[in-house]
Design a protein around this ligand. Structure first.
Ligand code: NAP
Length: 307
């Protein structure tokens, strides 16, 4: 692969190993040239534990993909940009909105690519859902995003620490889809956030937006998991199920121009396009809704949570 661009992966944990490494290995656009992680590594890839040392020793690696949790990610992102590397961010793009604005300013100043990824927007049925909704009037929409935190984040206490976002860590995926497919923007008007008595972030959230849009996020669902978005319009009803991968129109399966790429291969293809064209992509809309929910939310306290 003579034209493959060298990329380094930082924060070798669950999502790096589950998704990023296979997507990079399978892509002709990329060569995984190094990893940077305090403990994690990838077979047959040079592994660093110190980010500055990696940057010093590998000036030819022009792109860095950051798979760390949101709180520690900013320092790595800023350091990478200051070292003139293009940067790809896992979702959510930061612990705060302001720190992502700061990264945008540095990237723009230096002519570098900054890509704030939203993997759920790349789910198979999101683009056809967006196309179907274009030109229709939405009369109501509801998100049901209920999953088992013990299954998807085993032992990851950072999700319950400040900046970890709690149930908004998966919920922001739903919001990334909603904000992609709705033909007109909505804004949050009320929220009820349920906090375990021993934790800093919510385990459940009920959100109300303008224009009859509501959302129900819950991390306590065992058994079958639910990642559904239902949208009623003046001319029919759309349902996106299984995290944006299955589309139904008026209760019947529909396909449309469904994406054939997986979510992470599609993210890396997009990053390759952005680097080639010298542009950035940073849409903070999903995170604005989360920040607004944290600002406006009514607090309810529930039972202690232990992994
Ligand atoms: P994780 O496994 O808990 O963390 C990833 C790695 O980051 C860890 O293995 C650790 O590697 C490093 N790290 C953690 N805290 C650090 C710190 N304070 N300083 C430096 N390095 C640190 O998390 P994850 O599940 O992969 O999630 C990472 C990001 O991906 C999150 O933003 C999450 O929302 C997103 N995401 C996760 C999933 C999922 O299914 N888990 C799906 C989609 C997106 P070392 O100990 O080796 O340094």
């Amino acid at each position: 692969m003579p034209d493959a661009v060298k990329i380094a992966l930082v924060g070798i944990g669950k999502i790096a190993l589950d998704q990023h490494v296979p997507a990079i290995h399978a892509s002709p656009d990329w060569q995984l040239a190094a990893t940077v992680s305090r403990k994690g590594s990838v077979a047959d890839v040079p592994a660093f534990t110190d980010f500055d040392r990696f940057l010093d020793q590998h000036p030819e690696v022009s792109v860095v993909s950051l798979c760390l949790p949101p709180v520690p990610r900013f320092a790595y992102a800023k350091t990478a940009l200051m070292a003139n590397r293009h940067v790809m961010l896992e979702k959510p793009p930061g612990a705060t909105l302001a720190e992502v604005h700061a990264l945008q300013a540095i990237a723009a100043d230096r002519g570098l690519t900054l890509y704030a990824t939203w993997h759920s927007r790349m789910a198979h049925a999101v683009a056809p859902a967006k196309a179907w909704l274009q030109g229709r009037t939405v009369t109501r929409a509801h998100i049901t995003w209920r999953e088992d935190v013990r299954k998807w984040h085993p032992g990851q206490d950072w999700v319950f620490e400040p900046g970890g976002m709690g149930v908004f860590d998966p919920g922001i995926n739903a919001l990334s889809i909603l904000t992609e497919i709705l033909p007109a923007p909505v804004h949050l008007t009320a929220a009820t956030l349920t906090f375990p008595e021993n934790r800093q972030t919510p385990i459940a959230a009920a959100l109300t937006f303008s224009d009859n849009v509501t959302a129900d996020f819950d991390w306590r669902q065992t058994g079958p998991q639910t990642w559904d978005i239902e949208v009623a319009t003046d001319t029919g009803h759309l349902a996106l199920r299984t995290g944006g991968n299955v589309l139904e129109i008026d209760g019947e399966p529909a396909t449309g121009e469904a994406s054939i790429m997986g979510e992470y291969p599609a993210l890396y293809a997009r990053m390759a396009d952005l680097v080639r064209s010298g542009t950035s992509e940073v849409d903070l809309t999903p995170m604005i809704h989360v920040a607004d929910a944290m600002t406006l939310g009514r607090r309810v306290v529930t039972d202690a949570f232990h992994f």
